[in-house]
Design a protein around this ligand. Structure first.
Ligand code: G1P
Length: 297
């Protein structure tokens, strides 16, 4: 019988230098999209997909993340006393139950593959998900749930994928397509951040994965790839040779690259406009701001 995907790894050890000075004292995963930290979007998506164990790969200076998931008794009591049930509700949704969350340290920044490998003992012999919190995806059905459903049919390894502008393709892991079946593609090769002339396609890997435990064994060799780092893409590519069970999944949804300033701003605008309590005022402001900016140019 196929095992259900109940564990997810969240690699959150990165330094977030692109967001300095904000990330000097807070982890980038705590940066807020409207009023929710990036990490909360990822947790919510994972929970909606049936994930029950949340594994964080952290590093020095990420303590604020652990505190974020803790209960906040003083705050809870004060909101209760004031009868602020709506706020209490929001607060409780960010609290994780004891035992459903685990932290593993990545001692050295050796790459995404290495970060995932750090969680190998907690994964053991089960399929697992990986979520990169930088990639925020707005969709009706959460993307990881879309992938879990697809995985029921395919088994094997599934990576989220989308077509990116050819001039941006070299910033991603790229898929070499064997058979294109629409939302699903079977993959005959994968390469991390190739030179433009070596790009097999512009179908890029986006930060959602469902992987077999074999990927963790592939990472045992600690082989360095693009940028001198241990790459997750390479470990998945090895599975194509070994088992031929790797698929790309063109998800439904709008992806924002919140690892870049421009992407973060775009997400802020999109999520702000989508919020019933903010959209009218925010839209008026945006229209006016854009018009006056244009007039001044
Ligand atoms: C990582 C992966 C890459 C993938 C990207 C998606 O790269 O290594 O294969 O395309 O995430 O966001 P990073 O952006 O962390 O350098």
């Amino acid at each position: 019988m196929k095992k259900r995907v109940t564990k997810a790894i969240f690699p959150v050890a990165g330094l977030g230098t692109r967001f300095l000075p904000a990330t000097k004292s807070i982890p980038k995963e705590i940066l807020c999209l409207v009023d929710k930290p990036l990490i909360q979007y990822a947790i919510d998506e994972a929970r909606d997909a049936g994930i029950e164990e949340f594994i964080f790969v952290t590093s020095r200076g990420k303590g604020a993340l652990e505190d974020y998931f803790d209960g906040a008794p003083q705050l809870e009591q004060s909101l209760k006393a004031k009868g602020k049930d709506d706020l209490l509700d929001i607060l409780m949704k960010s609290t994780m139950d004891s035992g459903e969350i685990a932290y593993v340290r990545q001692r050295e920044a050796l790459g995404l593959g290495h970060a995932v490998w750090c969680a190998r003992r907690l994964i053991a012999d089960e399929p697992f998900a990986v979520i990169l919190t930088d990639d925020v995806i707005a969709s009706e059905k959460p993307v990881l749930k879309q992938m879990v459903d697809a995985h029921e049919n395919t088994g094997g390894n599934i990576v989220a994928a989308m077509e990116v502008a050819p001039n941006k393709a070299s910033s991603y892991g790229l898929l070499d397509i064997k058979e294109d079946m629409g939302s699903l593609v079977s993959v005959k090769g994968m390469v991390e951040k190739p030179k433009p002339e070596d790009a097999p396609s512009n179908l890029a890997v986006i930060g959602r994965y469902i992987l077999t435990p074999q990927i963790l064994n592939n990472l045992d060799t600690q082989e360095r790839g693009a940028g001198g780092e241990i790459q997750l893409t390479d470990a998945i590519a090895k599975e194509i040779e070994n088992s031929d069970n790797v698929y790309g999944f063109r998800f439904e949804g709008q992806r924002y690259d919140c690892g870049s300033k421009a992407g973060f701003l775009q997400a802020t605008v999109a999520y702000g406009l989508a919020r019933g309590d903010l959209s009218a005022e925010f839209m008026d402001f945006l229209v006016e701001a854009v018009e006056s900016r244009r007039a001044a140019q």
